[in-house]
Design a protein around this ligand. Structure first.
Ligand code: C2E
Ligand code: CA
Ligand code: CA
Length: 782
């Protein structure tokens, strides 16, 4: 029972909602009551004819006229209501109250009429009355609000029941049917009214929310970069907002036509490739389906921009398509920055060439179809790029990389891909596996890159080495192909740089070989496979041994004696140079300590030995342990060491110099010779590289350079040693040019430590080499 009352309870509403509800109910009520009045009046007319001659018809006639009057009043009240301009909730309530009153009268009149008529009816008429009775009782089911329905239903039903019991012979079937019917209509009135009211309330609420949403949207459109658009069923744009007009750079009244052409302009006409965004947009619209965040291009004032469009079809009450509404935003800048980020992720920021990520992708794709379409992979590496960076600074280094990138690109055809893999490493994928073509391009790149560059009025040159591998011939997988091209590059570097080399399978073998040697090198120190030889340096004028240079040797158990040129770079690469260098230093100091003073020992230092940071300490310990006077130790460093930009190197040199250790500049003239570093540190000795000595006495000799070096050294109080002196002519010329010291096979080859003392004693007794006509005091020239 409680449930029943809950189900039938009138829905509770707030006062302002009640007003809307009254209006809603009134607008339904007026039409339903009109219908009821017309049908009711019609029924009354029928009954009137039916009972024309019945006895006691006066009361019946009165009832007929009264009913007509009430129906008329209902219609009349409806007309008044419909004519009310801008009706309020209160107007609606008054209308409903009036109709309720009329409904009560109507119900009572019908009840009386039924009771009276049933009493005076014959069999056929009773059936008709019974039918009318049921019809009348059903009518309130259509009426809402419930008060109006009940106002009619209650008296009528009461009258109907009374009239049935007033028959002389109560028909039990009719009574049962009437009771069932009464219950059903009662339930329907309550239940349907409750349902309709609830529905009306939710519709009102949705409408109200819709208003709020509209307000918010307008607010959003004014403040955000987004804008709203709307079309009618014919896809004609509805009047556009000022925001949208502003976006398309037109006046609002000029933005007319059908969507999307009217907004997208020319793009909508031309961009019709299957699958293109415009194609998809048109498809959605054709299907009248919704779309979301669809990014389409637009041309606005000749500039291509990107819009993100979202649209939803609107359906009218009948469920038919009534147009689209949606939102759009200009995401051009967002897109551009996204594109830029995507570009940066796959390109080198400096040269704008593809980076390793993109390059690997392209290489994978190219390798996947290398059986149909062969390719050539070129690995490129700048020669001595670090020196350019160190000499001219990083800005010039960067400028050089950009310029090199451009020149490389200039050598390629469309479809070829050049990438910067990092540092001074580049790589190229050529769409050909033709050896001639690939090597021709390699040659062209070397030639172009070699041409001088100008930065800030400075002339800078750089070389490049190239390794080439072909697919499918050399390898078909990306990593294998890269490895092979790298091997070829390694070969090119080893063959003197500035050249290209094609991969050949032997290279693999050589690499394996090199790896094995590197493994051996790691163990060489512990296995005591190293030893040091000492090559004397003599005074040219007297032939006296002044000093010696310590030269490292490796006696490999299988490969025999190896020269430092073969393994020192490897030791540097493998990080072993520190330990090996320290060992040489100790050996050299220990050996020199037993030689007669003032014979010195010179030890070669790798630039990497300065990076450890403990060089000074290592030298101190070697001197302390051997007891050698610091003045008898000389350290040979190269220009490369001096080009290290950090001050650590120069600090260490100054500290060593402070202890009395001599510092020599080795291989002078072969490096970059920016010479500025000569001012940063006072060298004791310059060693002229043997490449300058070799051609002395021949037609195009380097004597002018030697003269310049000697002049410079004189000026800066440095002594000069000539390296690689092999002939007496060279020695004579060097002496003539003012060079005071020499080192070379002419005088002595590298000697065992114990041989040095004897050589020194012997040389002291010898006549000056240059003065005498007799043979020089050298042993066999190897
Ligand atoms: P370097 O400092 O220029 O050493 C001189 C090289 O010239 C030695 O080669 C020596 O044997 C060679 N030589 C001497 N006289 C003549 C000559 O009359 N004609 C010709 N053609 N050559 C001559 P070596 O011993 O093979 O050393 C090669 C390089 O290895 C050295 O060049 C030096 O840079 C490096 N090196 C040698 N020992 C060490 C070391 O202990 N530590 C480091 N870091 N490097 C070393
Ligand atoms: Ca040297
Ligand atoms: Ca040298």
């Amino acid at each position: 029972m409680r449930k029943f009352f809950q189900a039938v309870a009138i829905v509770e509403v707030s006062p302002d909602l009640a007003d809307r509800l009254y209006l809603d109910q009134a607008s339904d009520l007026v039409y339903i009551m009109r219908g009821i009045a017309l049908v009711g009046a019609n029924t009354i007319s029928l009954l009137f004819f039916e009972y024309r001659g019945a006895s006691g018809g006066e009361l019946q006639k009165l009832l007929f006229f009264l009913l007509f009057g009430v129906y008329g009043a209902i219609i009349w009240r409806g007309v008044i209501w419909l004519r009310t301009p801008k009706p309020t909730g209160r107007d609606a309530k008054r209308f409903i109250d009036d109709i309720r009153g009329l409904d009560i009268v109507l119900g009572l009149l019908w009840a009386l009429l039924l009771i009276w008529s049933m009493e005076h009816a014959d069999g056929d008429q009773r059936s008709l009355l019974y039918g009318i009775m049921v019809g009348c009782m059903a009518t309130p089911v259509l009426v809402r609000p419930i008060s109006c329905a009940v106002a009619f239903w209650l008296p009528l039903t009461f009258g109907a029941i009374v009239s049935l019991f007033m028959w002389q012979r109560v028909d039990p079937f009719a009574v049962v049917c009437l009771i069932g019917f009464t219950s059903l209509t009662a339930f329907c009135i309550v239940f349907l009214n409750k349902r309709m009211t609830e529905r009306a309330i939710s519709t009102i609420r949705i409408e109200e929310h819709g208003e709020v949403i509209k307000l918010l949207l307008r607010d959003f459109e004014e403040s955000a970069s987004d804008w709203l658009w709307e079309t009618n069923a014919a896809l004609q744009l509805q009047p556009v907002s000022s925001r949208l007009a502003q976006v398309v750079h037109k006046r609002a009244e000029d933005v007319t036509g059908t969507f999307p052409q009217a907004l997208l302009g020319d793009v909508a006409r031309f961009e019709h490739r299957v699958g293109s965004p415009v194609y998809r947009l048109n498809k959605y619209i054709e299907d009248r389906s919704p779309f979301r965040d669809l990014v389409v291009p637009v041309i606005i004032d000749g500039e291509e921009r990107s819009w993100s469009l979202t649209g939803k079809p609107i359906l009218n009450k009948a469920g038919a398509f009534a147009g689209y509404h949606g939102v759009g935003s200009d995401i051009t800048s967002q897109r551009r920055s996204q594109e830029q980020i995507a570009f940066l992720a796959r390109h080198d920021s400096l040269t704008k060439l593809p980076n390793r990520v993109l390059f690997n992708e392209v290489l994978h794709q190219a390798c996947a179809r290398c059986h149909e379409e062969g390719l050539a992979l070129l690995c490129l590496d700048l020669d001595e790029f670090k020196l350019v960076n160190d000499t001219y600074g990083h800005a010039t280094g960067d400028g050089l990389l950009i310029a090199v990138g451009e020149r490389i690109r200039g050598c390629l055809r469309e479809g070829d891909v050049a990438a910067r893999l990092g540092g001074d490493e580049f790589a190229i994928i050529l769409l050909t596996d033709d050896v001639e073509e690939a090597t021709a391009i390699g040659r062209r790149i070397i030639e172009r890159v070699n041409r001088p560059y100008y930065f800030d009025n400075q002339l800078v040159t750089i070389g490049i080495s190239i390794g080439i591998a072909l697919a499918p011939q050399d390898h078909t997988g990306p990593s294998g192909l890269l490895k092979n091209a790298d091997l070829a590059l390694y070969r090119a570097k080893a063959d003197g740089r500035g050249v290209w080399r094609l991969y050949d399978p032997d290279m693999d073998e050589r690499l394996q070989d090199r790896r094995a040697l590197q493994l051996d090198l790691r163990k060489a120190l512990a296995r005591q496979e190293f030893f040091v030889e000492f090559q004397p340096i003599v005074e040219l004028a007297t032939g006296r041994v002044l000093s010696t240079e310590a030269l490292l040797r490796w006696r490999h158990p299988e490969r025999g004696l190896l020269s430092p040129a073969q393994f020192i770079p490897m030791a540097e690469e493998a990080g072993l140079i520190g330990a090996i260098g320290t060992w040489v230093l100790n050996e050299a100091c220990r050996a020199a300590a037993v030689w007669p003073a003032p014979i010195r020992v010179a030890v070669n230092l790798s630039p990497l030995q300065f990076r450890g940071g403990n060089l000074v300490q290592v030298v101190d310990e070697a001197l302390l342990e051997s007891g050698l006077a610091p003045e008898r130790l000389e350290l040979e460093i190269t220009e490369t060491t001096m080009l290290e930009t950090n001050s650590q190197t120069v600090d260490a040199l100054w500290k060593l110099h402070g202890r009395g250790v001599k510092i020599a500049l080795d291989d002078f003239g072969t490096g970059y010779s920016s010479l500025s570093y000569l001012r940063r540190f006072p060298f004791d000795t310059i060693k002229i590289d043997r490449s300058f000595i070799r051609d002395l006495g021949y037609e195009k000799d380097d004597s002018s350079i030697i003269i310049a070096i000697i002049g410079l050294a004189d000026n800066m109080n440095m002594s000069v040693t000539a390296e690689g002196v092999e002939t007496r002519e060279q020695a004579v010329m060097l002496a003539d040019l003012g060079c005071t010291r020499g080192q070379g096979f002419l005088f002595y080859p590298p000697l065992k430590a114990e041989e040095v003392a004897a050589a020194a004693i012997a040389s002291a007794r010898l006549l000056p080499v240059l003065a005498a006509d007799n043979a020089p005091p050298a042993r066999d020239v190897a």
